[in-house]
Design a protein around this ligand. Structure first.
Ligand SMILES: [Zn+2]
Ligand SMILES: [Zn+2]
Length: 374
């Protein structure tokens, strides 16, 4: 069965939020569940402005420990597990812990924040840390928060692949930034391909009378059975109908802040979606003596990317769609003429290396993108 998958950008700013861009957060919706990527300050406010329900969050992934990516996590956990809120988890969900994945220090920071503020959660949680080769594991004897269950540490060597249930996997790798930062690949399992009804229908028509005699009044119903069960079917005249071959599932690549995510290249297989930061850009808002080279140098010094760097990476991994995010507060995120003009300039900068006719967007807060099989 093909499941619905979309991504809502809850926050798209870099270091400073603005009245039109909140701090970083993305809600990837997979068959109704929400997997949240990053949780900047006031992410719970963004949920309230969207059609998404916080209570549907089952997994949270933090790319790195800069505050614009994680300061909203503790208050979000408090609100989303508040049993008095009717939008929150059903009693059966309350049995399963919220699974949180992220870099070293995340577990300790979250525990300290929740414990120091005497915060009580209505559900349990656990933090699974993705540790770089040289990063030290936390002392397991430290006292946990009352709602904290022990998490698992995964070593990035050079990547870690973790099962997310229902055959979905997460592959994480360290990517280059000013502090440890993670890039994530979410891989959907293979899905059934499309039935070739033009070839199948003549066989069904030829066998219609015999099928009817067997009690199958609607021969077309066998199409649904083929797709649903994936099992071949023998028709009365001895013809075998075969289910369609499986096709690869969707691959979604979501990067933390970075100036170089090339460690992920060997694991990308023409992803359906790449979400890449584009913090620094040269646009018509800049002084005329500023150059592309200077902007890129400044971006790299702070571990960030330009739209051109993001577009080049999307080209390198043959991404089907690129969405840029993590913009400077200078670039408004509303639908004003000024914002539309400068965001189109940024889009065009990334298109140069990505490819002229490629699918490329600049994210806005509360915008949803449907991730389709292609
Ligand atoms: Zn950031
Ligand atoms: Zn950062």
């Amino acid at each position: 069965m093909v499941v619905a998958m979309d991504i809502t950008f809850l926050g798209t700013s870099s270091a400073q939020p603005s009245s039109t861009r909140n701090h970083q957060a993305m809600a990837l919706r997979v068959n109704g569940d929400i997997w949240l990527f990053d949780c900047g300050e006031a992410t719970q406010h963004q949920f309230q402005k969207s059609a998404l329900k916080m209570g549907r969050i089952t997994k949270i992934f933090i790319t790195h420990m800069h505050g614009d990516h994680c300061f909203g996590l503790a208050p979000l956990l408090c609100s989303m597990t508040d049993n008095l809120n009717p939008d929150n988890a059903s009693p059966s969900d309350a049995e399963s812990p919220i699974e949180i994945y992220g870099p070293a220090r995340l577990r300790h920071w979250l525990r300290t924040t929740l414990s120091s503020t005497y915060s009580h959660l209505g559900r349990c949680y656990r933090v699974h840390e993705l540790l770089g080769v040289d990063e030290v594991e936390e002392d397991a004897s430290l006292e946990r928060h009352p709602q904290e269950l022990p998490g698992i540490n995964h070593r990035l060597d050079p990547v870690a692949t973790v099962s997310l249930g229902n055959k979905y996997t997460l592959t994480a790798a360290s990517i280059q930034h000013s502090i440890p930062s993670l890039g994530f690949i979410i891989q959907e399992p293979p899905v059934p391909g499309n039935l070739d009804t033009r070839t199948i229908m003549p066989h069904l028509d030829r066998n219609a009378a015999a099928l009817h005699a067997q009690g199958i009044k609607q021969p077309k119903s066998l199409l649904g059975r083929l797709q649903r069960t994936g099992q071949p079917i023998e028709l009365p005249d001895g013809t075998w109908l075969h289910p369609p071959a499986h096709k690869p599932g969707r691959q979604v690549v979501i990067l933390g802040d970075t100036c170089d995510p090339s460690s992920l290249v060997p694991y990308c297989t023409s992803p359906h979606l790449l979400v890449h930061e584009a913090t620094n850009a040269l646009t018509s808002l800049d002084e005329p003596d500023l150059t592309v080279e200077k902007v890129e140098e400044r971006a790299r010094q702070h571990g960030h990317s330009t739209p051109q760097m993001a577009g080049a990476f999307a080209h390198r991994i043959a991404a089907k769609t690129l969405i840029l995010t993590h913009f400077s507060a200078r670039y408004k995120g509303d639908r004003s003429d000024e914002a539309t003009k400068v965001m189109e300039e940024i889009r065009q900068l990334a298109l140069q290396p990505f490819g002229k006719d490629k699918d490329l967007y600049c994210a806005r807060d509360l915008w949803t993108f449907d991730i389709k099989h292609r």
